[in-house]
Design a binder for this molecule. Structure first.
Ligand SMILES: Nc1ncnc2c1ncn2[C@@H]1O[C@H](COP(=O)(O)OP(=O)(O)OP(=O)(O)O)[C@@H](O)[C@H]1O
Length: 260
């Protein structure tokens, strides 16, 4: 079953076209990383898929339904790039994660046992159950990101869409992410995520899609760590100097990657 189908998509802001002729298919159970240089259009792509940026041309389908007619948003969990900077949100970790249940239970029904269980399970998955009563503002950036992941997981979605969940996040939080996402994928969940560095998520990623100037430049199996990077403790992949100089992407396409 196809979870996301994007056909000849164009989208942008005001007068500016950012995405040009993007075609992409994500099947149930796929874990797909969207890679590319700053400003290449990665966030715009996932936000357009979710209906947050209007489609100019082309089509997006979610779970086989054209996006404009899609109503089953509880099937989709979205983790935006970060909590509003300095938002001073007084909410506790538990309250933020509970908000991820809203689409499931409806706004006016009080949370029940199933909601509480889902919130606890999601917090446990990201290693933050002991912080459930703490104000979100007292958490580190990485822990706040983990809280957002828990909020998305609490809704028990079929598809998780994440925008750079590991950007600026410490190693402990990255490991916690990797664990939570691995469990989600092992349950058959589908993941589309924007990443700058694969890091501990590398074993999870089945396909990398490289966006360059609003188009998909390459897609395929992500590059394996090579040479000394393959040694224990070096599980991240560094930018390829040539590709970087050429301004193509932070990722050197390998033979395993098809050019589109
Ligand atoms: N809300 C917006 N209004 C106007 N222009 C925007 C908006 N969001 C993004 N852009 C522009 O669209 C282009 C692509 O931005 P986008 O955030 O999609 O890139 P990205 O690949 O995700 O970058 P990064 O790696 O820096 O997050 C950039 O030139 C950006 O300035």
């Amino acid at each position: 079953m196809t979870v996301i189908e994007v056909n000849h998509l164009a989208a942008g802001y005001d007068g500016r076209e950012i995405l040009r002729d993007v075609t992409l298919s994500v099947a149930a159970g796929d874990v797909v990383a969207v890679l590319g240089a700053n400003g290449s259009g990665k966030s715009t792509l996932i936000r357009t898929i979710l209906g947050l940026v209007p489609i100019r041309r082309g089509e997006v389908e979610l779970f086989g339904t054209p996006q404009r007619r899609f109503r089953r948003w509880e099937r989709v969990g979205y983790v935006p790039q970060r909590l509003g900077a300095g938002s001073g949100v007084p909410a506790t970790v538990g309250e933020v994660v509970s908000s991820g249940r809203l689409a499931r239970r409806g706004l006016f029904r009080p949370p029940g046992a199933a909601d509480r269980a889902a919130v606890h399970q999601a917090l446990e998955a990201v290693g933050l159950l002991d912080r459930i009563g703490d104000p979100v503002s007292t958490l580190s950036g990485g822990q706040q990101q983990r809280t957002l992941i828990a909020r998305a997981l609490a809704g028990r979605p079929d598809l998780l869409v994440l925008d750079e969940p590991t950007a600026g996040v410490d190693a402990a939080s990255q490991e916690a992410f990797a664990g939570a996402l691995t469990a989600f994928a092992a349950d058959g969940g589908t993941i589309l995520l924007v990443l700058h560095e694969l890091g501990p998520l590398r074993p999870l990623i089945g396909r990398a899609v490289v966006v360059h100037e609003g188009r998909i430049a390459h897609q395929g199996v992500p590059p394996e760590p090579a040479g000394h990077h393959a040694e224990p403790g070096h599980d991240h992949v560094h930018p390829h100097a040539d590709a970087e100089q050429a301004g193509i992407c932070e990722w050197a396409p390998t033979d395993g990657m098809k050019a589109y």
